[in-house]
Design a protein around this ligand. Structure first.
Ligand SMILES: Cc1cc2nc3c(=O)[nH]c(=O)nc-3n(C[C@H](O)[C@H](O)[C@H](O)COP(=O)(O)OP(=O)(O)OC[C@H]3O[C@@H](n4cnc5c(N)ncnc54)[C@H](O)[C@@H]3O)c2cc1C
Ligand code: FES
Length: 403
């Protein structure tokens, strides 16, 4: 017969008093201990360096790359550690514009090893009418302090996942992450081969033209760069048009034995998805960068018809605070919150990372299908990702973080 454990329950009050006794005994042990003991928790310190909550840095250099593109060099301020990252990842930069917080993700364009010197670079293209990039062009100068966190994303090479030959397909400012991978290869040697197919409108729009050529020339054939122009000027003898199956097969002889990394504008992701399907490339060998935000969602054929001109109310619950704000059906819930000065923290702004995850208590939202990273179990419990969801009625939401 099994032995019965002797457990005596002394009753609510006595049990509670017993706990206070334990606290006293614990304090006595602490008081009796060596006051000079090193209490640094090295694991916690490392975790904080790898996943910093917030990094304070200063712009120490600004370089014009093309008429619409600049590289900003950040140096960590004293007390901040530049986060370690894998080449291909992005950071989330926080901006306070007219007293209201917004975030934007930017791929790191520098080499991971530069973080040892407290250095990190991002390269921005100014969008016509761009809310943040327009503000950056007017406000960021050498000496400006910046705030960001990261790094995030899985657009980096991994030995257990990816092939030794990576084909990086970039469009426009999507080349920034590949500059980081190419620079990293010079010291890490991984992946073993990197072929960059870089689509730009014309010669003037190519970012890092000379620099990538120099990196390729010094790589003993490990790195090659092919430019493809959609609107070439006279005299261009290279490839033209859009990067698709035909161009890939022509420029990459082992195209069916490589991993594909894609980083560029949204039409490029949508187009290449079909091209990869045609080529029979398995999904595990394709890594698309996060989809990003859509400047005008009404241009998407998937956007629900009849909602284009609608406005709704969002009741926002954060802790004990409740506020009702106006929202357009064509703005993501995050953008409406930001416009109302209630920005939740957000990183990818593409529905992928789950950082903005919130609870939908009432009403209906449309989650953009290309950015529906909400887990099945989260959906069951009413969670959604406000950075890629649009209100389709008045809604009530509970947000869990605020900037
Ligand atoms: C993973 C990832 C990496 C990226 N890396 C790079 C990179 O390396 N380089 C680069 O140049 N870009 C990069 N981008 C794109 C970048 O994050 C921005 O989307 C881009 O710079 C345009 O920002 P913008 O605010 O100027 O453009 P906009 O089109 O003006 O802004 C985008 C969104 O802001 C909203 N908005 C407009 N007004 C307001 C307001 N008052 N308050 C709040 N929101 C408002 C708009 O509705 C729109 O949805 C990356 C994107 C992703 C997803
Ligand atoms: S910010 Fe990444 S899911 Fe919303």
């Amino acid at each position: 017969m099994a032995k019965k454990a002797k457990v005596s329950v002394r009753g609510y009050f006595k049990d509670l008093m017993g706990w206070f006794g334990l606290m006293k005994a614990r304090q006595a042990w602490i008081d009796a201990g060596d006051p000079n003991i090193d209490t640094t928790d090295n694991a916690a310190k490392l975790a904080k360096e790898l996943h910093a909550d917030a990094v304070n840095a200063k712009i120490i250099k600004i370089k014009d790359e093309t008429p619409s593109t600049k590289t900003f060099t950040f140096k960590a301020l004293e007390g901040s550690t530049m986060p370690y990252f894998n080449a291909g990842q992005h950071i989330s930069v926080k901006f306070c514009i007219d007293g209201k917080w917004v975030t934007r993700p930017f791929s790191v364009s520098s080499c991971p090893r530069d973080t040892d010197e407290g250095i990190l670079e991002i390269t921005l293209r100014k969008m016509p009418g761009g809310y943040v990039t327009g503000w950056v062009w007017d406000n960021w100068k050498e000496g400006t302090e910046v705030l960001f966190n990261g790094a995030f994303g899985d657009g980096y090479w991994s030995a257990i996942r990816d092939r030794e030959h990576v084909v990086g397909i970039a469009g426009g400012s999507g080349i920034t992450a590949f500059r980081s991978i190419a620079k990293d290869m010079a010291t890490s040697g991984r992946p073993r081969k990197f072929t960059i197919l870089y689509g730009s409108r014309s010669q003037d729009d190519i970012i890092f033209f000379d620099e990538l050529n120099e990196i390729a020339a010094a790589s003993n054939g490990a790195i090659s760069v092919h430019h493809v122009l959609s609107e070439p000027k006279e005299g261009w003898t290279g490839e033209t048009g859009f990067i698709g199956a035909d161009i890939i097969k022509k420029l990459v002889p082992d195209w069916d034995n490589v991993s594909y990394f894609v980083s560029g504008p949204q039409p490029m992701y949508d187009f290449l998805e079909g091209e990869f399907k045609k080529m029979g490339i398995r999904k595990k060998f394709i890594r698309m960068e996060e989809y990003g935000e859509t400047a005008d969602i009404t241009t998407s054929p998937l956007y629900p018809k009849g909602k284009e001109d609608k406005s709704f109310k969002i009741k926002v619950i954060f802790g004990l605070d409740e506020q009702v704000i106006d929202a357009k059906a064509t703005d993501t819930v995050v953008v409406s919150l930001e416009k109302a000065g209630l920005a939740p923290d957000s990183h990818c702004r593409s529905g992928a990372c789950g950082w903005c995850r919130s609870l939908l208590l009432e009403g209906e939202v449309w989650q953009r299908p290309q950015s529906d990273g909400v887990r099945m179990s989260d959906k069951e419990h009413g969670y959604f990702h406000p950075c890629s969801a649009y209100p389709m009625s008045d809604i009530t939401i509970q947000v869990t973080s605020r900037l």
